[in-house]
Design a protein around this ligand. Structure first.
Ligand code: ADP
Ligand code: MG
Length: 294
């Protein structure tokens, strides 16, 4: 590889809105056959909003939102931001400050609010704490998921109190980006920690057939390695802290410039504007750059 040709490639990359760590990162790109796409913040906008509030019988809706919002206020997760700002808007009052707070990555949050132990997150977060969802709330959770919502349960003092549904929109350019990646001969795979029903709904909307859902943050890297073990050469596109290890493990890691510092540091390339179509540009560019120097 002549350094000059590679540098030309990286210069063109900057024009397209692609930052390349070093010319050597492009070496493996001609063999890439699979592109793993994180869902939240990569295929979707990541700007979630609170859409559904379902309080259990005997629970006041505003009280449900106040407790859930207070704990989520301490988290940076897109789901948390949606719950906290939705709660603030709906209750019309500042949220109480939790006495303590703990993140359970890929599951939700735990905190102490006004002396009450509050949990907000996936059903698994509650069941791990020995809290079962009553039939009424299980039904509300399933119903919200069937409509493509990321549904989370809320509990305090050992009892499930309600279900909240949040959602963001698929980015306008995502379906076209998937078409472009396919046109390059690449197979797209959607990878997410979210519920299967939500993942399937997003995949269908953008034209992805292969879905890996309900993957915990620490297992995203294993999902990439599994594809590699099956003989596939993998590019991974992601934005979150929970994508960093997978971005590093992939043959080519592409970080969304709109995402977290952890993802940007782990990636080989950064897509400055966070537009997924530029992922196809990046792969096209690196193939062309390598063809020039052959
Ligand atoms: P993704 O892979 O789509 O970026 P994550 O792995 O970060 O998603 O989260 C997976 C799931 O865990 C979310 O869809 C949500 O159900 C739950 N979750 C994670 N963090 C929170 C939180 N702060 N509050 C509520 N639920 C959460
Ligand atoms: Mg993400």
């Amino acid at each position: 590889a002549t350094p000059t040709a590679l540098l030309v490639g990286t210069g063109r990359g900057a024009q397209l809105g692609i930052l390349i760590k070093g010319p050597e990162v492009l070496e493996s790109t001609h063999r890439i056959d699979t592109v793993v796409l994180d869902k939240t913040g990569t295929v979707t906008t990541g700007r979630m909003e609170l859409h559904d509030v379902h309080a259990a019988e005997g629970v006041d809706e505003k009280e449900l939102l106040r407790y859930a919002g207070a704990v989520e206020h301490a988290s940076e997760h897109p789901v948390a931001r949606a719950v906290a700002s939705g709660a603030e808007a709906a209750t019309g009052a500042p949220l109480p400050v939790p006495e303590s707070f703990e993140n359970a990555p890929g599951l939700g949050v735990r905190g102490l609010v006004g002396g009450r132990a509050v949990l907000v997150g996936r059903e698994q977060l509650l069941t791990e704490a020995g809290i079962d969802l009553p039939g009424e709330l299980s039904a509300a959770l399933a119903e919200a998921q069937a409509r493509g919502r990321t549904a989370v349960a809320v509990a305090w003092d050992g009892v499930a109190r309600g279900v909240l549904g949040v959602a963001d929109a698929v980015k306008e350019s995502s379906a076209e980006a998937v078409r472009e990646l396919r046109a390059l001969g690449l197979t797209p795979v959607l990878l997410t920690g979210d519920h299967r029903a939500v993942a399937e709904a997003v995949a269908a909307e953008v034209g992805i057939d292969e879905v890996r859902a309900e993957v915990l943050p620490q297992d995203k890297v294993a999902a990439v390695r599994e594809l590699q073990a099956a003989g596939r050469t993998v590019a991974m596109v992601g934005d979150g802290v929970n994508d960093a290890a997978a971005l590093a493990a992939a043959d080519l890691g592409l970080a969304m410039g709109t995402g977290t510092d952890a993802a940007i540091e782990a990636g080989d390339l950064t897509l400055v504007r966070g537009d997924l179509r530029v992922a196809a540009d990046a792969i096209r560019l690196s193939r062309r750059t390598l063809a020039t120097i052959k």
